[in-house]
Design a protein. Structure first.
Length: 133
């Protein structure tokens, strides 16, 4: 088919949506041509992911320390969850939900960005220079 310079290549909205929802980190937006939003979402996903990992590790440590100090195991329902464990678990659920919402947002808006880029590309045509094929 026709070979075009990279900025003028038509983007598949479906590929953009899959990259946005599946990979995240702004990949769908970068593919769709909206690099500014891609960089912002890359930073946001990185911050959310690191925060989620840190809070989850803190929750696991708190549970292990409480199990050790009480001699009872939370996993076996031998004791109730402490308020610190409950707070950390709530933070894990909130951050995990935020990651999922970010991916849903990226899937939908990457799709829309790819469509918008394709509409803008319809206004341009590429004509090869003489002597090139």
């Amino acid at each position: 088919g026709e070979e075009r310079p990279e900025p003028l290549v038509v983007r598949s909205p479906l590929v953009a949506a899959v990259l946005g929802a599946g990979v995240g980190f702004g990949a769908g937006h970068h593919y769709a041509g909206n690099h500014r939003r891609g960089f912002v979402l890359s930073g946001l996903d990185t911050a959310l992911g690191l925060s989620l990992a840190g809070v989850y590790i803190a929750y696991r440590r708190e549970t292990a320390n409480t199990d050790f100090s009480t001699g009872l195991r939370r996993r076996d329902d031998e004791r109730e969850r402490t308020s610190a464990e409950s707070n950390l678990l709530s933070a894990v659920v909130f951050l995990g939900s935020s990651v999922l919402l970010s991916r849903a947002y990226q899937g939908v808006f990457s799709y829309l960005d790819a469509r918008a880029t394709n509409r803008r590309l319809e206004r341009y045509s590429v004509v090869p220079l003489p002597g090139e094929s």
